[in-house]
Design a protein around this ligand. Sequence first.
Ligand code: F6P
Length: 319
Amino acid sequence: MKRIGILTSGGDCPGMNAAIRAVVREALDKGLEICGFKRGFAGLIDNDFLKMDITSVGGILQRGGTILLTARYQKFKQTEAQRIALENIERNRLDALVVIGGDGSLCGAYALDKLGVSTIGIPASIDNDIYGTDMALGVDTALNNIVEVVDKIKVTATSHERTFIIEVMGRGSGYLALISAITTGAEAAIIPEVSYDLEKIAARIKEGYRRGKTNNLIIVAEGAGTSFEISRRLEKMAGIQSKITVLGHLQRGGSPTCFDRLLGSRFGTSAVEALVEGTSGKMVALVNREIKLMDYKEVFAKKKVFSKKLVQLAELLGR
Ligand code: F6P
């Protein structure tokens, strides 16, 4: 193995730069050349890359986002796009590719692997919906971003004795909503994985006010229904007025936490080690605090589910 490529794809997340830095430094240490493709799979198709050296990853550990830029590139699902990528990989004499991204991006890596390209995937998505890894890159920072803002909302909610509905990211996954609800003391988490009963939530809010509670927080995952709709229903059904805050992309911004910097560093070095040892077709994963390698096949065959105990915890403590 002489030359490898790297790209970041899909939604950006804090910790991607830590992973890029680790891949580049580990690769250089192993005597490999490394090419960084810009804008994910789009750059692979356009053959848009830069040769990376020790200085190209200096000072990026604490920066959010990705220095390689990223894109959601739906075209890569098409065999024609994959064929062009394969041509560019051969033309640039790349022996392997490291793909950093969420499930869609790792699917792209899997497609290339099936075409004979050695690839290793690094799970990176604030949604934490990738099967096989306890945590994906960016999740911890996103949670800290959410908690910081919700704590602030709670201050003003308390002064006005208000109910707030806070919408967080997670199209198909309620992980961010559930964990942030537990860790901010929210009264309810509304998530796509669990059906919810708004009447029960309304009764809990009313009972809270009767007990002298001064605020109520409901955290909604975007995939579970819009906060505006929930707010309207709460008012119609129980006369409870609420304020709405949609956190949006601020959740993905900012400097990565210590956890994400370490995870990116461990994932990145492990990805290169695996390639050098001749392993491919796998995703690096955090399993019980250890870094493991998971077959793409397994990653895509199963759906990640989180412990029911977390749902019970949110239910029990949010009274
Ligand atoms: O996949 C991560 C994620 O942040 C989702 O939680 C969210 O629904 C989506 O990306 C937003 O995507 P975009 O930044 O392309 O609007």
